[in-house]
Design a protein around this ligand. Structure first.
Ligand code: PEP
Length: 261
């Protein structure tokens, strides 16, 4: 277990990706809302764009916030098919995921565009959940930390303390996403500590308050060992967030582990 006490309020965010009709999204959101009590952690869900406003209305006043899965960096203009960060804020979102590895792999997101999306999110008053993480070949070549460092620096280099405190970093090793193969707590801690070091170099001790989530095949039965590590401030969860039972159990197990650590 790491030595320094966790200073960031944990966050568990479910990423629903391209799953769910409007009625399925509302049912899932309602179940999560009813299953998690307000407590010492934050909980969010990230439905598809079409369901965002309805899910926001459904969750209003409750303990579960809403995240979008992506945004564009411009505020308006001829960008067919894109959604601006300000539109997401207007719809009631609190967070937006930027730089998810699926966006980087399949939709051309780069370190440069992720930095632009992050700036747009902050300007719109959203908290960006900034995803970084290495490919399996990079890990096998001993390049995990340099790769994550490059991705991170591209985004944080122009950010000040307030920007960073409003942001969330998600370390998601690409080889662990949707594969059932999660990083061990020790592997995650090594990268989280590296990220924390980079943040500390920019904003000093306040870096301990920036939430660094782990993502990659997090399940109800492995969340406790991850959350017993004080370097890990929560989780970005794909597959295990798609049923009420699994996500609520994961949040409960994760919260209990935080309280014990
Ligand atoms: C994700 O989508 O960010 C993710 C971590 O997915 P999974 O939990 O399914 O690996």
């Amino acid at each position: 277990m790491s030595q320094s006490p966790r200073q960031a309020r944990p966050l568990f965010c479910g990423n629903w990706k391209l799953f769910g009709s409007l009625s399925e999204s509302l049912a899932l959101a309602t179940g999560v809302r009813d299953g998690v009590a307000p407590g010492p952690v934050d909980v969010a869900v990230a439905p598809g764009f079409v369901a965002l406003a309805s899910v926001v209305a459904q969750l209003k006043g409750g303990p579960v916030a809403v995240a979008a899965q992506d945004c564009h960096w411009e505020t308006k203009g001829a960008f067919t098919g894109e959604v601006a960060a300000a539109q997401l804020a207007d719809a009631g979102c609190r967070y937006v995921i930027v730089g998810h590895s699926e966006r980087r792999q399949f939709f051309g997101d780069t370190d440069t565009t992720v930095a632009k999306k992050t700036r747009a999110a902050l300007a719109a008053g959203l908290s960006p959940i900034i995803c970084v993480g290495e490919m399996l070949a990079e890990r096998d070549a001993g390049q995990a930390l340099p790769r994550v460092g490059t991705q991170l620096d591209a985004v944080i280099n122009e950010m000040n303390e307030a920007d960073l405190l409003a942001s969330v970093i998600a370390y998601e090793p690409v080889w662990a996403i949707g594969t059932g193969r999660n990083a061990t707590p020790a592997q995650a801690v090594e990268v989280h500590a590296f990220i924390r070091g980079r943040l500390t170099a920019r904003i000093g001790a306040a870096a301990r308050k920036v939430r660094i989530l782990y993502g990659g095949s997090v399940k109800p039965d492995n969340i406790a060992s991850l959350m017993s590590e004080e370097e890990i401030d929560g989780a970005l969860v794909g597959g295990a967030s798609l049923t009420v039972e699994s996500f609520v159990k994961l949040v409960k197990e994760g919260t209990a582990a935080c309280l014990r650590s």
